[in-house]
Ligand binder design. Structure first.
Ligand SMILES: *[C@@H]1O[C@H](CO)[C@@H](O)[C@H](O)[C@H]1NC(C)=O
Ligand SMILES: *[C@@H]1O[C@H](CO)[C@@H](O)[C@H](O)[C@H]1NC(C)=O
Ligand SMILES: *[C@@H]1O[C@H](CO)[C@@H](O)[C@H](O)[C@H]1NC(C)=O
Ligand SMILES: *[C@@H]1O[C@H](CO)[C@@H](O)[C@H](O)[C@H]1NC(C)=O
Ligand SMILES: *[C@@H]1O[C@H](CO)[C@@H](O)[C@H](O)[C@H]1NC(C)=O
Ligand SMILES: CC(=O)N[C@H]1CO[C@H](CO)[C@@H](O)[C@@H]1O
Length: 426
């Protein structure tokens, strides 16, 4: 997410209710446990064995599938076949050549705040951070994560933090014990939910304007930073190391060397088995990693034992017109333009990716395209796309254009429309 964060947390009103699925919301599919009826004016429309969607009553016959039905009883039928993990063979079902299992490994959301104040030049200050923790007068990040796990079925959180926060603004790999302890409070709150927790250094491959390994901090300093972080979490199997948020405008060949230095440091610190996320150029765009040179360069990054086990590509995708995640109008699911070619490239190379940022406004267009993006991943790409992490909750106000921040009303949490309609797996 490329914008500068200026918004504080403001608790506001609930945006959606459960019971009937929203327009463009999911209303059926294998193992779907949410609402199977739609709000007035929408019809639950069968898409495939894994997905039925509430479409406007007047346009529900526009699907190209000749077998499309519009009866809610069809979603009941697909629910009853939920024990079958193989492609259904009934003649009524559309043929699919997809290689998805119907479910993803990871569903989650970013819990933002420790990264606040960072911009794309890597200018961040410790004082700009706003911990999403009640004890620091922020949002109830711990309560949010507990809600997301218990009520929505989430199992992964990304916890962005600036490099400057962890070192008290010093350009060094040595961690400040005071600030690390503050960040670690959020990490432990995350781990205590049982979810996976991504440590994301949110610096755009830079420290105060200068590119790591390309005029800025050396690869050795960056490796020291990661070695010290990893040493603190070496025994935590559910920690995921997010090497860097959204590198951009750099030399990808040199950048792959920087990423290699971080991977080597993390493994040598004793974190030998956890997932490490490898970020490419162009803001980790899912649409260009396989074509802009990033993928080719990052394929050379290896574990110290020469394998690529648990080295997963980090990709982001927004669904607005310029892929920036700044508009609440979504115009694409980018399946054919971005996800299908990426999935093919990953299969060719025997690798996997995690979509660690995706999001949209709480609008009908974003609900439509987000649901489509997720349905594609589940049905046709779960062999190579591990899952998605929404942008963003934590300290974002519910008025923020991409807010996925739930609202706590006397202990009852209510999700945003996009989360409840598409992103929450249950
Ligand atoms: C549905 O749930 C069953 C039992 O939990 C599981 O074995 C199966 O893999 C699930 N199927 C899909 C498509 O998620
Ligand atoms: C750690 O950071 C705090 C500010 O949060 C600062 O007061 C302290 O001096 C720093 N410690 C060291 C050893 O730099
Ligand atoms: C990237 O850096 C390498 C190594 O210094 C150099 O050979 C290559 O020409 C650079 N690429 C670009 C596009 O500048
Ligand atoms: C970066 O990605 C966007 C789409 O996400 C694309 O329009 C743009 O051309 C890409 N830039 C480069 C340099 O590949
Ligand atoms: C999965 O792939 C098949 C074959 O390409 C396609 O017909 C179907 O629409 C895809 N499903 C989703 C949900 O994208
Ligand atoms: C690769 C890519 O980003 N493809 C498209 C995603 O959707 C937007 C909006 O329709 C297009 O402009 C991109 O070309």
């Amino acid at each position: 997410m490329k914008t500068v964060y200026a918004l504080g947390f403001i608790g506001l009103t609930a945006l959606s209710v459960r019971g009937q699925a929203a327009l463009y919301g999911q209303c059926g599919g294998a193992n779907w446990t949410g609402a199977t009826t739609c709000v007035a004016g929408a019809v639950c429309t069968y898409s495939n064995a894994y997905y039925s969607q509430c479409l406007p009553a007047s346009s529900s016959s526009s699907s190209t599938h000749s077998t499309t039905t519009t009866s809610s009883s069809h979603s009941t039928t697909t629910t009853s076949t939920s024990h079958t993990t193989t492609t259904t063979t009934t003649s009524a079902a559309p043929t699919t050549t997809g290689t998805g299992s119907g479910s993803l490994k990871f569903y989650g959301v970013n819990i933002a705040g420790f990264d606040f104040g960072c911009d794309t030049s890597g200018d961040c200050t410790e004082s700009g951070a706003y911990p999403p923790l009640l004890v620091y007068y922020g949002a109830d990040g711990a309560g949010q994560m507990t809600h997301f796990v218990n009520d929505d079925g989430y199992n992964i959180f990304r916890l962005p933090v600036s490099w400057q926060f962890l070192t008290n603004n010093a350009e060094t790999g040595v961690l400040n014990s005071t600030t690390l302890a503050e960040y670690n409070t959020l990490v432990q709150d995350c781990l205590s939910t049982g979810a996976y927790c991504i440590i994301d250094i949110h610096n755009y491959a830079r420290f105060n304007g200068a590119i790591i390994g390309q005029g800025g901090p050396t690869n050795e300093v960056f490796a020291e930073l990661w070695g010290n972080i990893a040493a603190n979490y070496a025994s935590e199997s559910k920690i995921i190391f997010g090497v860097m948020n959204e590198p951009h405008d750099l030399n990808v060949t040199l950048w792959a060397g920087t990423v290699q230095a971080a991977v080597t440091a993390i493994r040598n610190a004793g974190a030998t088995t956890q997932i490490i996320l490898l970020p490419g150029d162009n803001y980790t765009s899912a649409a260009t990693i396989y074509s802009d040179g990033s993928g080719a360069a990052l394929l050379t990054v290896k574990n110290p034992d020469g394998t690529t086990t648990n080295l997963v590509f980090d990709v982001h995708k927004y669904l607005d017109s310029d892929n920036s995640g700044t508009s609440d109008v979504c115009v694409t699911d980018n399946v054919s333009e971005a996800w299908e070619p990426l999935a093919a490239w990953l299969r060719t190379n025997g690798r996997q990716a995690l979509n660690s940022e995706t999001g949209g406004g709480n609008t009908a267009s974003c609900v439509q395209y987000m649901c489509q993006q997720i349905a594609y991943m589940k049905a046709n790409a779960s062999d190579v796309i591990l899952g998605y992490v929404g942008w963003a909750a934590g300290n974002f106000a519910t008025t923020y254009v991409l807010s996925e921040t739930p609202t706590d009303t006397n202990g009852v949490w209510t999700d945003t429309e996009l989360v409840s309609s598409c992103m929450a797996p249950k």
